[in-house]
Design a protein. Structure first.
Length: 603
């Protein structure tokens, strides 16, 4: 089945910038039926960074799992570092001391929860959230992390292992991967060669085939080892961006950058049949990126079913399942082994019969892989038999304890009378229905990437079923990346407005009451009501209109300088593809008015 643009479903989902701590983990994040999950959480900065990889048990099961790039960290409940484990338990390829020039120690590089590594029999999968360029204080950390990542990948390739690198790398490869670069370089007085020679960009272009490297190649990086899959499938595509500035509302005009990737080593490049972005999938300032593996691939000169290469030995043979996945297949890093989740299951599992091995083997399809940036991506799964139930992430709750009214029939008449008199003497709580609030199930996910469920099931099982029946033999695995926030951004229509509203000084409230009338009614003085009343007396401030004749939006200057903290009005339409303010177009015009200079609009 071909990937659908509105569904971020896959068989391997990689999320970046999860921004959670261990205490924030819930049942619907860890105990997802049919899935296993591996987290890397920050050690010191709480609610910062973070990476997670979900794997669909019916399609693939890793044989080793590690956290961090350098191997300096330890498995759960162990004091032995990953790189000091017995060789048959190591993924390998750990950076040698001479390979790292940064003064940042390895423990610090792996302290922010930026990497999860899974090894399958076919390849080693990296889920990465690379540090961004925020300010000069982070430059050395960023370059140290990228250097360690480069060394680890090259060492694994030297060992004869294949590698897939996915995630938010926070690196723009070349001029095609960011909008408005020529104008930006002209303003800054920087040449394109200088732009391509920045250290992080130079590291990445050394790593990938076709990367533009200025001057002589660095020692130890004489040859590229990986392919940028999305660019290989779309070599001449312009505007293939994966991230947009939401504060400036740049997504509708597609003024963004490509910083999310799926790259693979040369030995498995031909295994992929598709790779693309899902720019229409909203819910974050990033969009999903995915890559799809073929059902049958060439391995050691033979045609092998992909399931045989993505599961432990003896689980699949010729694409047919020989044994079911069990909890014995869990790796030490699996979140399901965290004490608060270990040996637990949802109540629903107790009432449904477990599928037989014969059923699984007859419906098995090739797996799908997808990296997702959660600060928020995606392709579809193979068949309806592998879809998750509609209420996958809902946690089951035990029956409520009997209330007083339910147990009062077993009490004496005196106690019943006492209970009634006590109840009458206490004010009664209003029910949700009586107070006018909605009583619908609040766990129902909204549009976009509004819940974790969106990454593990299609929106409509009916659509999936009909599509599967019409394409019975088409279901390749895919690899994708989602992005960050869980709120739904503005629509892609050019006439959409920024959700931020201009500040209002006045609100429509009841007429101003005099102190005498307040005293007569024995009302308590309410400073908030008093303030709103004065605001009404002064009148409501109306924002100026832009060149389009539409109300402007109000923003506050955050750039350091004499104007820091001042508010101003600008056109609320999104920036156009040029990234500049325009005249006579549907995009943001050049209207700019300091709030202190706007004297009109009082009513």
């Amino acid at each position: 089945m071909e990937p659908r643009p509105d569904i971020p479903e896959a068989d391997i989902v990689i999320m970046q910038e999860t921004k959670i701590q261990r205490k924030d983990l819930r049942d619907d994040m860890v105990l997802v039926p049919g899935w296993d999950v591996y987290f890397s959480l920050p050690k010191h900065k709480k609610g910062y960074s973070g990476v997670a990889i979900y794997t669909r048990n019916s399609k693939c099961a890793p044989i080793r799992a590690e956290e961090g790039v350098t191997g300096i960290l330890c498995p759960p409940n162990s004091t032995t570092k990953f790189r000091e484990l017995p060789e048959d338990q190591q993924i390998g390829g750990y950076p040698h001391p001479g390979q790292l020039s940064s003064s940042i120690d390895e423990a610090t590089l792996d302290s922010e929860g930026r990497c999860v590594i899974l090894e399958f029999p076919a390849f080693v999968l990296f889920g990465v959230y690379s540090p961004a360029t925020r300010d000069e204080t982070r430059t050395e950390f960023r370059l140290g992390f990228i250097e360690a990542l480069d060394a680890r990948i090259r060492n694994l390739v030297a060992m004869g292992k294949q590698v897939i690198l996915t995630g938010d790398l926070n690196i723009i490869r070349d001029q095609r991967d960011t909008a408005g670069l020529a104008e930006q370089l002209r303003k800054e007085g920087v040449t394109l060669d200088d732009f391509l020679s920045t250290p992080a960009r130079r590291f990445f272009n050394h790593l990938v085939f076709g990367g533009k490297v200025m001057g002589e190649r660095d020692e130890g990086r004489e040859k590229p080892v990986m392919w940028d899959l999305c660019r290989e499938f779309h070599p001449s595509r312009e505007g293939m961006y994966t991230c947009w500035d939401t504060k400036k509302n740049c997504r509708p005009g597609n003024f963004g950058s490509r910083i999310d990737y799926v790259v693979c080593t040369d030995g498995i490049k031909d295994w992929f049949v598709d790779s693309n972005i899902q720019e229409g999938l909203l819910g974050s300032d990033h969009c999903p990126v995915y890559a799809t593996l073929g059902d049958v691939v060439k391995h050691d000169g033979k045609d092998i079913h992909i399931e045989d290469l993505m599961n432990p030995a003896g689980m699949f043979e010729n694409g047919q399942r020989l044994r079911d996945w069990t909890v014995k297949d869990l790796l030490p890093l699996s979140a399901k082994l965290i004490p608060e989740f270990d040996r637990r299951r949802s109540i629903k599992d107790m009432f449904f019969k477990k599928p037989s091995s014969s059923t699984n083997s007859s419906t098995a399809k090739a797996p799908t892989i997808k990296p997702v940036n959660n600060n928020g991506s995606s392709s579809t799964s193979s068949s309806k038999s592998q879809e998750l139930p509609e209420d996958t992430v809902k946690t089951e709750t035990p029956p409520p304890t009997p209330s007083l009214s339910q147990t009062s029939t077993q009490t004496s008449p005196q106690k019943r009378q006492l209970a009634r008199s006590e109840s009458a003497s206490r004010p009664q709580k209003k029910s949700k229905a009586a107070s006018g609030r909605e009583t619908s199930n609040k766990t129902t996910p909204g549009p976009g990437q509004s819940s974790l469920t969106g990454f593990f099931k299609p929106k409509s099982s009916t659509v999936e079923a009909s599509a599967a029946s019409s394409n019975p033999g088409k279901n390749s695995p895919a690899l994708a990346l989602p992005s960050e926030a869980t709120t739904v951004p503005p629509s892609l229509r050019s006439e959409s407005l920024d959700p931020e509203q201009p500040p209002e000084i006045a609100q429509e409230e009841s007429p101003l009451r005099t102190p005498a009338s307040a005293s007569a009614d024995k009302e308590v003085f309410d400073p908030i009501q008093n303030k709103e009343s004065w605001s009404r007396l002064l009148g409501k401030r109306v924002p100026p209109k832009c060149e389009h004749g539409e109300p402007c939006m109000s923003l506050v200057t955050k750039k350091p300088g004499v104007n820091c903290g001042r508010s101003f009005y600008i056109c609320r339409r999104p920036l156009g593809p040029s990234g500049q303010k325009e005249t006579g177009t549907q995009w943001r015009c050049g209207t700019f008015i300091w709030s202190s200079d706007w004297t009109g609009g009082q009513q």
